[in-house]
Write a protein that binds this ligand. Sequence first.
Ligand code: SER
Length: 317
Amino acid sequence: MKKILVTGAYGLVGTDLVLALRKKYKRDDIITLSHNTTHNQFDVISEKGDVRDGKNLEKIIKKHNIGTVYHLAGLLSVASEKNPDLAWEINLGSLKTILDLAVKYKFRIFWPSSIAAFGSTTPKINTPQRTVLEPTTMYGVNKVAGELLCQYYFLRYGVDARSLRYPGLIGYKTPPGDGTTEYSVHIFYGAIKENKYTCFLKKDARLPMMFIDDAIYGTIKLMEAPAKKITVRTSYNFGAINFTPIELVNEIKKLSPEFKCDYKPDHRQKIADSWPKSIDDSQARRDWGWKHKYDLEKMTKVMLSQLKINPPAGRRK
Ligand code: SER
């Protein structure tokens, strides 16, 4: 079998994805690429390197006879605002490098887009698959450009690149990254560690969200779908639940009645304001059978119980 390469393997999506792929494939079929392999927690093959280093990427792709790349390495929205040049290089430059290598070595690609591809001029409720894309963050600009690049390489060179517009993702196996929807992960750490949390978004900031197990299930399902079912070559709208910080707080309080949250919205609120509140993902549901399983209640139960078993203090930073 041709091998699978996962970049950004230690991030929020990568960690859960590698573990899920490992259940389906043998150890030697999965290769992770990370600039830091010191915390090698997976029973797979690990390679060290920077995704901006095209020569190293090519060497790894040839050496392991790669058939699929999950290219997950990237900076989230807040990190990208702090360093827009670096965001451009990592989020977009490395995607272009991988697409070029896919033309040469004929492998398939998964690349994550985001609800950040949308902007303030996009309809916010049930945001349609095909709509205005005028993001105002560097991260969003990277995502729109990347989506168009994936479609271009498909149309021009036949590269089988597939993509999902991830909503805010909530998981417990790795600490939250520097993003806007990530309050929804930080909040659980606050609840477990000290029964309180100060939220950097307003209490009524509604955003599209998804539990990580659903995201991983959908990602693998998209990649396993026959190519003829894939009618969107930019990126699929990908929805599950949506909620506001206060709705999440109320859900946490059902299980941890002592939990307290206050709200100090900062610069991240502006980013949240530019994003949709809910997503119409009917195209993904029709084309390749996307279906989510976790609602707010079920997700909250799993997050609290898992973080209680493996409390944040003992976790990798
Ligand atoms: N979680 C991401 C962020 O807020 C959205 O794709 O940056």
